[in-house]
Design a protein around this ligand. Sequence first.
Ligand SMILES: CC(=O)SCCNC(=O)CCNC(=O)[C@H](O)C(C)(C)COP(=O)(O)OP(=O)(O)OC[C@H]1O[C@@H](n2cnc3c(N)ncnc32)[C@H](O)[C@@H]1OP(=O)(O)O
Ligand SMILES: CC(=O)C(=O)O
Length: 537
Amino acid sequence: MNQNNAIELYDTTLRDGTQGEKINLSVQDKLLIAEKLDEFGVDYIEGGWPSSNPKDEEFFRKALDLKLKNARVSAFGSTARKPGSIADDPNLTGLLRSQTPAITIFGKTWKAHSAVGLGLTDEENAELIFESVRHLKEEGREVLFDAEHFFDGYKDNPAFALKMLQAAEEAGAERLVLCDTNGGTLPHEIYDIITQISSSTSVPLGIHTHNDGDLAVANALSALRAGATHVQGTINGIGERCGNANLISIIPNVVLKMNGRFRHKLQLNQLTALSKFVYEILNLPPDNRAPFVGRSAFAHKGGIHVSAVLKESSLYEHIDPKSVGNRQRVLVSELSGQSNIRYKARELGIALPEDNAALFRTMVQRIKKLEHEGYQFDVAEASFELLLRHEMGEFQPFFEVLESKVHIESGKNREAVDQAVMKVEVNDEIELTAADGDGPVNALDKALRKALRRFYPEIRNMSLVDYKVRVLEEKKGTSAKVRVLIESSDKENTWSTVGVSTNIIDASLQALSDSINYHLFNCRTKPLETLREATPC
Ligand SMILES: CC(=O)SCCNC(=O)CCNC(=O)[C@H](O)C(C)(C)COP(=O)(O)OP(=O)(O)OC[C@H]1O[C@@H](n2cnc3c(N)ncnc32)[C@H](O)[C@@H]1OP(=O)(O)O
Ligand SMILES: CC(=O)C(=O)O
């Protein structure tokens, strides 16, 4: 990669991204993402294919009112369908109607696609590309040419592939974007082919890769190394089939590893926020294991790793998580050593006694034993926190469930009944309550809340948002142990708790009790100032 050349960042989340399965964006969603991409510093935003559907047409109409600081909006489409009818071609007309400063058109550079798909001779295909690009240029637009299937086409028939690039160049295309449309090319092939062809054109080369071989990011980086100066991709790698090259991974690799520079100064420390923003708009759960930005990207679980990270983060981290807006985390599990517990204690601000080694040893043994019984603390951090604070003498449960009974009735011709009765001790007082629910766990939750609300009115602000059950010893069938994981929320925070038992009601009650205790502990130990600021407590 030539460090003197700034790299252009071309985002196609709104076009190729939406070709991915289960991906759908409204016009408003597209506008919001476009503004965010511009703020982040991308150079081009490919908004869609205007003549393909009314939504994309509307997007381009509304995009005219966007006040973009960095990015140019580009409309995407194919070359004209037939040589000789360029000026009336509905696709080119639609592209021009979108009034974008840039237009990206794709043309065939693999002979089979031109001959079989479009039924054209080599000359006709070259003419189609030439005439389409020239027409758009004559209308005063910046034209980027996407050489569809370039790498497969070049491997099959280099002369044909180069002839089509030349047609686009001669017509005035400002960028020749080499596409690995089927996503099956390898990084060294990308590097070799770009190195071979780069002297045959004076137009800046771009790269557009797909992830079918799980190599889209590697292929894009290889292309940049070989001299491409324009890179296309999508946020979070969404896109047709296995997706497009993930800009969220390309960007930090270029900046932090390859000493490269983009045309606009990017807000690299907003990378994690950008990735989350797009997942949020797509209504998809974020990928925890995503490199750089995932919740687990800097989460250390093995004791050996944590011990080293406590001394020097870079011993087990390839970059500083803060540089991309992420953070280091430490998980507690059966693979922990004392270092994991020590880290969590510090993170939680727990005051440690001078001589704490024995305490930590006991805690490690306790966690390993509980995990062996079926508990899982890396996904139930609130339960772990209560355990740790209890061990350190900072926490005592706010209540004790003395008895609980659940009554279930069901039958073919009658309505199901789920009732729970609960005897709970709080501050030496006993409360006896009953409640109906939608299912036994809901009945239990309601009865417990009913018993506690006189003492702890703040529990009305929390709710159960997720409930998962996992059978732990499948071979034992219905007598197997189960692990219940509960996620709760007070609108500002979410926390997870765990319970394990052969009895699903008992496991649920453990997780539920931990959840309420965790909420009460947080509410009751917050300084008065914080409570006055209308926090959920
Ligand atoms: C590699 C890529 O990602 S390219 C982008 C792919 N994205 C999309 O296809 C999404 C948007 N597409 C659409 O909305 C529709 O497919 C439309 C509106 C473009 C076309 O719809 P239709 O006219 O009904 O055609 P249909 O989708 O069945 O087939 C595509 C047509 O485009 C033609 N075509 C394909 N590539 C090109 C090209 N580079 N230049 C000109 N025509 C092309 C095909 O030959 C086919 O025409 P034919 O049926 O006459 O052979
Ligand atoms: C143009 C395009 O999206 C591709 O070739 O993959």
